[in-house]
Design a protein around this ligand. Structure first.
Ligand code: 0RA
Length: 657
C-alpha cells in the first residue's frame, strides 16, 4: 500500500463508539488505481469479494452482539443489496473532519471505526479493507442507516458523495442497508453467481451459530414469480459443520468432539470427527476468514492430536504389537476437523496471505485441544480404541504405500529416461512452454499425436476409466499403471518431509496439463476421475493453475464448402441461421461430435489443440469446503447425497441427446 496506516488512540471510553472515533487514514484514489492490491483481483473473484467485504461489517455487528439477520439480494441488474439489523453506522458529525461519520466510514479507507483491540477485526490479508473499498469500486452505492429513530441516506459514485447525508424519514428499527453497483470500468465481469455466494454463506452460517443469513436472487424467478431464495442458519455451529462435511463418509464417531476455550484474548473452537476414509480433511478459520494455508492455529491443533492420542495409546498398551513407527500423519487419517480461532491482532503470511503467523497461538490451541482430547479419551475408552485401531491401520497402509511408491520411483531411475512408453513427448524441454494432453483412449491418443505440434505438445493416452482414488487404498494407487504413468510423465514425486507426505513439483515437465476427453457422459465421468486424482494427490498442480480441461466442439455446421464449429446450442442455432439466410435450410448439415475419435487429426488440431483457436478451461478451487464435499460425494460410498447432488445440478450438466 502506498501510504502507511496509523492507529490512533481512541478518545472516548471503550464500547462507547461515537462519530469521533472513526479515523481518517488514506484516500480512495489508490483503490481505483490499483484495485488488485485491495480486493485481490478484478475478475469474478474480485467481484464476489465486494459482497464479503460488506457482509463482514455486518458480521462484526453480530460478533459484537448487535445483529441477528443479514439479508443479501442479487438485484435484477446484478447490483447487490446487503441489509442488516445491527446498530447502524453512526451518522453524527465527525468533529475533526467536519462531516457525517457515515460519510467518513464510506469514503475514507480503513475508517471502519473499529480499531478497538477487543473487537476481532482482521488487520492483514485481503479482508477487512473496508466498505469504503467497495464504494470506491462502485459506479453507484447507496447507504441507508436506521438509527436513533431516524433514517439517513447518502449516495456515492466511484466513492465520492453525490450529496450530503440527508434524513429521509423516521423508524423504530436499527440497521444498515447498502446497495452497490460494481463499476464496469473496473471489473472484467459484472455477473454474480448465485452458487458462489450461497456456498460461502453456508460456511459463514456454520461459523456464526445463531446468525440468520438469507440470499435472494431477483434475476431468477420461478413460475409463480417468486425469486430464488435460501436461508442459511446453524444452531449447532462447528458441530453441524463437521457433520455436513462428512455427510458422504462412513463415520467412526456418532457425534463429533467439540472443543471451546479462551486464553489471553484468543478464542478457540474446534469440532472434529473420524471417518473410514484415508485422508485428513481440515478447514481452518481466523476471525471467520478461511486460512487455506493453515498456520499456527493448525500447527497447535495437530500437535495436540498427535500428543494426546500417542500418549493415550502408549499408556494403555494399545501400540504394543505395532512393529513400525507411528507418524503424526497416522493420527490424522480419516480425521475431519474445523478449527476456528478469534485473534485480536492476526498476522497473515504466505503467498496468498492465507496462513496465520502469530506464534503464541500454537501453544494456546495446543493446550485447549489437548485438554479436551485427554478428557474425551478417558471418558470414552471404546471410542478411543476404535480410533487407535484406525491409526494402526493407517500406519500399516502408509508403510505399504511407501514401499509401492519407492518401487515406482526407483524403477524410473533404473530405466534411464524413466518416461512411460506410452508417452509421445515434445521436443521442448522447457516446462514453461510445454504442454501435455492426457487423452481418453488409445485411438484418440493416436489422432492427437498426429494432430499436435510436437515442438511443445506431448500426448499421454490413458486407458478407459482410471482408478477411483476416493475409494482405493493408497498403495493401490501407486500400483495402477495409468497413475504411475502420470507421475513419471509429469516428473513429480511424493516425498516424506518431516513425517508428512508432500508433492515435489520442482521437476514438473509441463506447465499446462490438459485433460482431453469425449464430450459425452462417459467423457465427463473420466474427467471427474482424473480431477479427483489431481485434487487428492497433486493438489499443488491445481493451486498453481497448471490443470486445464480441453473443450472439443459439440457440432460442425456445414453448407457446401463453408463450415463452422460450434461449442454450444446457441452457437449451433446462430450458425444454422447464418447459413440458411433466405435459402432452403436443407443445403445446411449438422454433425454432432460425440467423441474425439469422430474428428481427424487436422480437425482435432484446429478445434481443440491449436493455442490460437482452442478453448481451455482452467481448473481452480474457489471453495475448499465445497470441492472436498463434491469429490467425496461424487466418488464415495453413499448414494443418496450423490443422487440429490446430481438432481440439483442436472440442468447445468451437458446432457447428451
Ligand atoms: C462504525 C461504528 C459502528 C458500527 C459500524 C461502523 C457499522 C458498519 C456497518 C457496515 C454494514 N453494517 C454496519 N453496521 C455497523 C459502531 C456503532 C455504535 O457504537 O453504535
Amino acid at each position: 500500500m502506498e501510504s502507511t496506516e496509523k492507529k490512533q488512540d481512541l478518545e472516548t471510553p471503550k464500547g462507547d463508539y461515537g462519530a469521533n472515533n472513526i479515523q481518517a487514514l488514506e484516500g480512495l484514489e489508490a483503490v481505483r488505481k490499483r484495485p488488485g492490491m485491495y480486493i485481490g483481483s478484478t475478475d469474478t473473484k474480485g467481484l464476489h469479494h465486494l459482497v464479503w467485504e460488506v457482509i463482514d461489517n455486518s458480521i462484526d455487528e453480530h460478533l459484537a452482539g448487535h445483529c441477528t439477520h443479514i439479508q443479501t439480494f442479487i438485484n435484477e441488474d446484478n447490483s447487490i443489496t446487503v441489509k442488516d439489523n445491527g446498530r447502524g453506522i453512526p451518522t453524527g458529525m465527525h468533529k475533526k473532519l467536519q462531516k457525517s461519520a457515515l460519510e467518513v466510514v464510506m469514503t475514507v479507507l480503513h475508517a471502519g471505526g473499529k480499531f478497538d483491540k477487543d473487537t476481532y477485526k482482521v488487520s492483514g490479508g485481503l479482508h477487512g479493507v473496508g466498505v469504503s473499498c467497495v464504494n470506491a469500486l462502485s459506479s453507484l452505492l447507496t447507504a441507508t442507516v436506521y438509527r436513533d429513530g431516524k433514517i439517513h441516506e447518502q449516495a456515492y459514485s466511484e466513492g465520492k458523495p453525490k450529496e450530503p447525508v440527508k434524513q429521509t424519514g423516521t423508524t423504530d428499527v436499527t440497521g444498515t442497508t447498502i446497495t452497490f453497483h460494481p463499476d464496469a470500468e473496473i471489473f472484467e465481469t459484472l455477473v454474480y453467481k448465485y452458487d458462489t455466494l450461497a456456498t460461502r454463506m453456508k460456511e459463514t452460517a456454520f461459523l456464526n451459530s445463531g446468525l440468520h443469513l438469507t440470499l435472494t436472487d431477483l434475476r431468477d424467478l420461478d413460475e409463480k414469480g417468486e425469486p430464488r431464495f435460501e436461508e442459511f442458519y446453524s444452531e449447532g455451529g462447528l458441530l453441524e459443520f463437521v457433520t455436513y462435511l462428512d455427510e458422504s463418509r462412513t463415520k467412526l464417531l456418532d457425534t463429533p468432539i467439540h472443543v471451546s476455550g479462551k486464553e489471553e484474548n484468543v478464542e478457540v473452537e474446534v469440532a472434529m470427527s473420524y471417518n473410514t476414509s484415508f485422508k485428513e480433511n481440515l478447514h481452518s478459520y481466523v476471525n471467520n476468514i478461511n486460512t487455506r494455508e493453515g498456520g499456527t492455529h493448525v500447527a497447535g491443533f495437530r500437535r495436540a492430536v498427535n500428543r494426546e492420542f500417542d500418549k493415550y495409546a502408549k499408556d494403555n498398551g494399545l501400540f504394543n504389537k505395532v512393529k513400525f513407527k507411528i507418524s503424526g500423519e497416522d493420527f490424522r487419517e480419516g480425521l475431519t476437523a474445523v478449527i476456528s480461532v478469534k485473534v485480536p491482532e492476526p498476522q497473515f503470511k504466505g503467498q496468498t496471505k492465507g496462513e496465520l503467523g502469530n506464534s503464541e497461538v500454537v501453544g494456546i490451541v495446543s493446550r485447549c485441544v489437548g485438554e479436551a482430547l485427554k478428557y474425551f479419551l478417558e471418558e470414552n475408552p471404546k471410542l478411543a480404541k476404535k480410533i487407535i485401531d484406525k491409526v494402526i491401520l493407517a500406519a500399516t497402509a502408509r508403510h505399504a504405500a511407501h514401499k509401492a511408491r519407492e518401487m515406482v520411483q526407483r524403477k524410473n531411475v533404473l530405466t534411464g529416461s524413466g518416461l512411460p512408453g506410452k508417452l509421445s513427448d515434445c521436443t521442448s524441454k522447457d516446462p514453461v512452454d510445454s504442454e501435455i494432453f492426457l487423452v481418453e483412449g488409445d485411438s484418440a491418443g493416436g489422432t492427437a499425436k498426429q494432430g499436435r505440434d510436437r515442438m511443445f505438445q506431448a500426448i499421454l493416452p490413458l486407458r478407459g476409466k482410471i482408478l477411483n482414488v476416493e475409494k482405493a487404498m493408497e498403495h493401490k494407487i501407486y500400483e495402477n499403471e495409468e497413475i504411475k504413468n502420470m507421475f513419471t510423465a509429469l516428473g513429480v514425486s511424493i516425498e516424506d518431509k518431516d513425517g508428512e507426505r508432500v508433492l515435489n513439483i520442482e521437476k514438473l515437465r509441463y506447465h499446462k496439463i490438459v485433460i482431453m476427453c469425449d464430450a459425452d457422459i462417459d467423457g465427463s465421468h473420466i474427467v471427474t476421475l482424473i480431477l479427483t486424482f489431481f485434487f487428492r494427490y497433486m493438489k499443488p498442480l491445481i493451486e498453481n493453475g497448471y490443470i486445464y480441461i480441453a473443450a472439443p466442439p459439440l457440432y460442425m455446421v456445414k453448407k457446401a464448402k463453408q463450415f463452422r464449429y460450434c461449442w454450444s446450442e446457441e452457437e449451433r442455432k446462430e450458425a444454422v441461421a447464418a447459413y440458411s439466410k433466405g435459402e432452403n435450410d436443407n443445403s445446411v448439415k449438422i454433425q454432432r461430435y460425440k467423441g474425439l475419435g469422430e474428428m481427424n487429426a487436422g480437425q482435432l488440431w484446429e478445434t481443440t489443440m491449436d493455442p490460437d483457436a482452442r478453448i481451455l478451461r482452467q481448473v481452480t478451487i474457489p471453495d475448499a469446503v465445497e470441492a472436498d464435499r463434491v469429490f467425496s460425494m461424487l466418488m464415495g460410498d453413499e448414494v443418496p447425497p450423490r443422487r440429490a447432488f446430481i438432481e440439483a445440478n442436472a440442468k447445468y450438466a451437458n446432457v447428451d441427446v
